[in-house]
Design a protein around this ligand. Sequence first.
Ligand code: 5GP
Ligand code: ZN
Length: 110
Amino acid sequence: MSDCLFCKIVAGEIPARITYEDELLLAFHDIAPKADTHLLVIPKQHIENLNDLSADDAELMSHLMLKLPVIARQQQLNGFRTIANTGKDSGQEVFHMHFHILGGEQLPGF
Ligand code: 5GP
Ligand code: ZN
């Protein structure tokens, strides 16, 4: 999507502090971290959010879920919180699906 912020990061048009990349995924530091370590993990493919998924995305989503702890461990996170805001009511601001990884400190209760 041409006007999507995260698609522009995937395309290298907007810089990001990338920590992990493979053929399907990108992980990078959030620009406004809400914990000592705050990463965003996104599919390279533009998918709006979890509501946008179909059965065709099963392989991608399985890959993404399995990579979350790998990406967290690369940052020396033993425990971490994963958040995926879905839709305006949830507070989603960027409509390219992303999983927040928060850690590096004792997080407050949720
Ligand atoms: P949401 O509220 O949609 O779940 O999360 C969007 C996240 O994207 C926010 O935590 C926000 O700080 C982050 N963000 C917004 N613009 C940029 C940007 O240009 N670069 C990076 N790395 N993160 C961004
Ligand atoms: Zn996008």
